[in-house]
Design a protein around this ligand. Structure first.
Ligand SMILES: C[S@@+](CC[C@H](N)C(=O)[O-])C[C@H]1O[C@@H](n2cnc3c(N)ncnc32)[C@H](O)[C@@H]1O
Length: 177
């Protein structure tokens, strides 16, 4: 199975090819900001510290990335394919005075090299998460943490799940290779 995600006007779309070679066009994930308390829960669950480099795949307005730098002193990078959100995130980071700890890039999250990340944060969809699983296992170092709001990672069994106001947050640790 492989997938390509792209934008058409205001719509995020996904072109997915399954094992039998059939191609399907479905909707991708649009921006839905995470409530601030859930951002805090994600970063506490991942035990983010100043030693970490956090990648938020699908960063929206940059709130997770900015919080990593502001509260935890961590380096953080946000990736999103929507140029307006990248612009908004860059402006929000400037207003939050988080300086060079944060960076934003406009790109498809499947094209991001993850080898520098020690923590990956996700608030995407079950389809995207299950496509991402193999990439995370291949590119992240053992001991790196993955946290996902709401959606699990296919058949990965979470190390921990906490629920805040009905929203589950799951944590996994990348095993030794
Ligand atoms: C539900 S929002 C989460 C935003 C942010 N992480 C937060 O928690 O507030 C999902 C974001 O992922 C972005 N996105 C979805 N698919 C993407 C892809 N293939 N590549 C890059 N960004 C993507 C959307 O543009 C949207 O901003």
């Amino acid at each position: 199975m492989n997938a390509r995600f792209f934008q058409n006007g205001d719509r995020n779309l996904a072109l997915i090819k399954d094992e039998s070679g059939r191609t399907q066009l479905t909707f991708g994930v649009n921006f839905l900001p995470m409530p601030p308390a859930v951002v805090g829960l994600m970063l506490r669950l991942a035990a983010v510290s100043p030693n970490d480099t956090v990648y938020d795949l699908g960063c929206g307005d940059g709130r997770i990335v900015i919080e990593c730098a502001k509260t935890y002193g961590a380096r953080a990078v946000g990736f999103d394919y929507d140029p307006r959100l990248i612009q908004q995130a860059t402006e929000n980071a400037r207003n939050a005075n988080v300086g060079s700890l944060v960076r934003f890039e406009r790109c498809d999250l499947f094209d991001v090299s993850l080898c520098e990340a020690t923590v990956v944060t996700l608030y995407l969809s079950p389809t995207i998460n299950s496509h991402l699983g193999r990439k995370l296992l291949r590119e992240l170092r053992p001991g790196s943490r993955v946290v996902s709001c709401v959606f699990e990672m296919g058949d990965w069994r979470p190390d921990k799940t906490e629920i805040f106001e009905g929203l589950p947050v799951h944590l996994w640790s990348i095993p030794n290779k």
